[in-house]
Design a protein around this ligand. Structure first.
Ligand code: NAG
Ligand code: NAG
Ligand code: NAG
Ligand code: NAG
Ligand code: NAG
Ligand code: NAG
Ligand code: NAG
Length: 508
């Protein structure tokens, strides 16, 4: 008996000594940011940065951007919701997570995804580090489908789960609340999804959270059907889509899908896209309120100095660029660039960074904050914390990256535009199609020494588009036929290398 007690006391003494040492090491080793800071990610849907998408975000710009870092060169590695969100969750390029499109058979939230990819998403690693994790809003477009487990399926890694069934909606939707179906109709006070996410997030912060925690808020704005909150329905009444740059310009030297657009666009198309442009901004005002309320709550709970807040979107958007009325899915800047703002402990206020940051860097950055070694995971991206909190100047960062897209099509063609034949999709309004099976491409985007984009299409022509963005920021001139062929050769080799990369080889 005696020896048992002695032994136990020794164990206790050792344990306490260990805990003290561990705490000291955490303080000393990483004083600039408290070990295990909280992490909040606010992820919008379809919000561009190139055509004014951040203009309505006055509070967000001030409370996150001017109080922290603004990344002027943030990109998605694939400009479509489900593949992009899958890249954010896994930290991987599409050729490694294998989510090709927004359908179950393209692996969007499919049983195969659940089995092979969900176990490697960032919340899983954070949970293992002792984080409490909370998700509210749109997840992956096919989430909740009966063929993929329905609302009973709670993706791995989430302590508290409030996932939207299906694609973005503002009213009349179903949620999975920790595996229980919760339906909402169309009363503003009870159902407007952006506000509901805000309310549940505040509840989480005040009632449930204990540090360290991860909170992801994914509002439906600014995705279709662009339904504004009642008090914002008349906002921006005189705002129209900007008509500069490539607006209403025919992409005459581009891939066939872009060439089929009608220039000038019809008046009905322009009227349609102007309305969409205004309604997108209206829906974003509720997200701006969300950001202000969340930060206000953090402040009153004394959590502002121990919480990182990230703000970004899944991809960009266009309204009339190259005469394509409305959508994403294209390789151009307006579709692949996204907003990215970050504030938190150790981050200097009101600084702009020019390094290219990718959506696959978010996961690695969260892991870094939580003290997980990213090189021990399958993630392709790279933590950008060192850029934000490192005092040394000799930081190394990528200068180029890969963008991949697999076109969505319809074998029977678009039922509203039968004359267009099979394979195309998204042909509204006015039968201008925004996607097709062979709108499938891969690009290398280089930021320095010059700003360059090289893209190859997987179509019968192996069509190539090349842009010198230093001299041609709006990508008006495809120089594929006029540049030095050795440059094409060099870029082609870089592309082949990128398309075979995984983990560390994507970072070198
Ligand atoms: C879906 O994922 C599985 C396994 O992760 C893979 O075998 C399959 O090829 C993927 N499907 C597509 C269309 O890429
Ligand atoms: C609400 O959604 C259900 C199911 O998706 C649909 O059947 C119904 O028509 C919708 N109601 C309204 C008012 O949009
Ligand atoms: C959110 O909370 C506010 C304040 O309590 C309330 O007025 C509003 O109706 C709630 N909205 C939703 C959609 O839950
Ligand atoms: C289209 O709009 C332009 C400029 O607003 C106008 O001049 C023209 O008459 C309109 N065309 C049609 C067919 O309505
Ligand atoms: C964080 O802020 C709270 C409340 O403002 C304060 O009590 C605490 O000392 C601060 N902690 C650090 C590490 O600065
Ligand atoms: C942030 O910096 C810009 C210039 O880069 C300056 O105009 C602005 O006043 C600054 N804002 C704050 C809040 O410091
Ligand atoms: C999604 O990808 C799958 C697998 O490649 C394909 O069968 C399906 O047709 C694609 N869906 C669309 C809408 O393109």
């Amino acid at each position: 008996m005696e020896s048992f007690f002695n032994h136990r006391e020794t164990l206790w003494a050792l344990l306490i000594a260990y805990l003290l040492l561990a705490a000291q090491a955490a303080e000393a080793g990483d004083g600039r940011r408290k070990a295990r800071s909280n992490i909040i990610l606010i992820l919008t849907d379809d919000q561009d940065i190139e055509i004014g998408g951040m203009t309505p975000m006055k509070k967000t710009t001030s409370l996150i951007g001017q109080s922290g870092a603004t990344f002027a060169n943030a990109f998605t590695v694939t400009p479509l919701c489900c593949p992009s969100r899958s890249s954010i969750l896994t930290g991987c390029y599409p050729h490694n997570h294998l989510v090709r499109n927004n359908s179950l058979d393209g692996n969007c939230s499919s049983p195969v995804w659940q089995k092979f990819q969900e176990p490697f998403t960032f919340p899983v690693y954070l949970q293992k580090q002792g984080y409490q994790t909370f998700y509210a809003g749109k997840y992956l477009n096919q989430y909740g489908d009966p063929k993929a487990g329905g609302v009973l399926h709670i993706p791995l890694g989430w302590t508290y789960w409030l996932g939207l069934v299906g694609n973005s909606k503002y009213y009349n939707y179903t949620l999975s609340a920790n595996g229980h179906e919760e339906t909402h109709r169309d009363r503003y006070e009870e159902d407007y999804l952006t506000d509901l996410i805000t309310n549940r997030s505040l509840q989480f912060l005040t009632q449930l959270s204990r540090p360290p925690f991860l909170m992801v808020l994914a509002p439906p704005a600014a995705h279709s059907p662009w339904t504004a909150a009642p008090h914002y329905k008349s906002a921006y009444s005189s705002i129209k889509a900007p008509c500069d740059g490539s607006f209403n310009v025919h992409g005459k030297d581009k891939h066939w899908l872009v060439r089929q657009a009608k220039t000038p666009m019809s008046n009905t198309s322009i009227e349609f896209l102007d309305n969409v442009y205004r309604e997108r901004w209206q829906t974003l005002l509720s997200v701006d309120d969300m950001v202000a309320k969340v930060l206000d709550q953090l402040k009153s709970l004394g959590l502002l100095n121990s919480t990182y807040v990230f703000y970004t979107s899944d991809h960009g958007y266009h309204t009339g660029q190259f005469s394509l009325p409305i959508d994403k899915r294209q390789l151009y800047e307006f579709d692949i660039r996204v907003p990215l703002l970050v504030r938190g402990p150790g981050i200097k206020p009101n600084r702009t960074y020019l390094e290219p940051i990718l959506n696959i860097d978010l996961g690695p950055t969260f892991l870094d904050i939580a003290g997980v070694d990213v090189s021990q995971t399958p993630m392709d991206g790279q933590s950008f914390m060192p850029l934000l909190v490192n005092k040394t100047n000799n930081r190394s960062w990528r200068s180029d990256f890969l963008v991949q897209y697999t076109g969505e099509g319809r074998t029977g063609g678009d039922p509203h535009c039968p004359a267009l034949g099979p394979g195309v999709s998204q042909c509204f309004p006015d039968c201008v199609c925004e996607d097709a099976f062979n709108n499938t491409y891969a690009c290398v985007r280089t930021l320095s020494p010059i700003s360059l984009q090289y893209c190859e299409f997987a179509d019968a022509q192996s069509f190539v588009e090349v842009y010198n963005l230093t001299s041609d920021p709006h990508q008006l001139l495809n120089v594929a036929k006029t540049v030095d062929p050795s440059l094409l050769e060099q870029m082609n080799q870089r592309l082949i290398k990128f398309q075979a990369c995984s983990g560390a080889s994507c970072r070198s």
